[in-house]
Design a protein around this ligand. Sequence first.
Ligand SMILES: [Ca+2]
Length: 326
Amino acid sequence: MMSGKRTLLIASGAALALLLAAAALWHFGGSNAARMAGAAPSRCLPAEADAGPGGMVWVPPGRFAMGDTVYPEERSFRDVSVEGFWMDRTEVTNRDFAAFVAATGHVTVAERPVDPALHPHLPPDMRKPGAVVFIMPNDVDGMGDISQWWQYVPGANWRHPGGPGTSIENRDDFPVTAIALEDARAYASWKGHRLPSEAEWEWAARAADPDAPPAHERPTEANTWQGLFPVVNTAEDGFVGIAPVGCFEPNALGLYDMIGNLWEWTDDAWEGRADAHVIKGGSWLCAPNYCMRYRPGARQPQELDLATSHLGFRTIRPAPGPGDAP
Ligand SMILES: [Ca+2]
C-alpha cells in the first residue's frame, strides 16, 4: 500500500453492495477458506506459552548492514548498531489488545471519524470511521490499481476487521489488526514498552545474526500468499487469511511471525514523509508475483492514521541485559 491510497480507494454506491458481500467472504476467507474451513486452528501456541517473562524474548546487541537488494526502497545498505532489548515473542493479539482497551477505554483511530483538517479532499463515505480491508477480487485489470483489492470499509476496526458483520469471536489468539500508529504507541506505553525502531526490528528478524545470508526465496515458515496474487490463493501454508500467532516455527531467537502474517509498525518515520512510518515483515498477502517483502530487509511506508487488515505490531522493552527479565 503506497501513499495516496485514501484517494484511490473511493467506494461508489454501486460498489458498496459488492463490498459488503465481499466483506462477508473475507470473514470466511473466500472459496479456499470454505474448502479449508475446519482445518485452520484458532490457536497454535500452547496455553502454557503465555507464561514466562512477559512473553518477551531477549534480542542481544550488535552491529549489522541493514537493507536488501530486491526493491529500490531497501537498497541503501547502512551499518547500524543496536542495543539489546526485550521483544514480544508474537504480534500483539486480539486478547492482548482487548485487555488494554478494557483497562484504558482507548478508542482506536479506526473507530473515530476521519479528521477533515488532515484529509480535506476525502468524499463523505471515507470520513466515516473505518479501515482499509483486503477483498479478494475474482479478476483484475492489470496490477496498477490497488483499489481492485483494497477497499475503505466504514465500520471496519479491530473488533470488526472485515467490516460490519464480521467479528473477532473465537479469534483471541489472532494478531490484532486495523491498528493505526497512535493505537500501537498507546498500547506499548500502557505496557511500559515502546515500538521498535526499524533497525531494532530488522536486527531481531535476522535473529541478531550479522552474517545472515539474504533470504530472497519465499519462506516456508511464514504465513504468506501462494498462488497468483490477488486472484488465486492456494494456501499451501495452511492459511487462506491471517493465522493465529505462533503457527509457524520461530526464528533462532524464538520470535514468531516476524516474517509474514501481518506487517508490523515501527517507530521510524518514512524518509521525507511526515505522514508515514516504516512498516516491516510483509504479510499474508505477500506473493512472489507482486510483493516479495517477506524478508527482514524489506520495508514499506504506511500512513500514520490509516488502519488496514494486513498490519499489526509488537512491542519492545529496552533493558540492561537478559538477566533483567521484563
Ligand atoms: Ca497463507
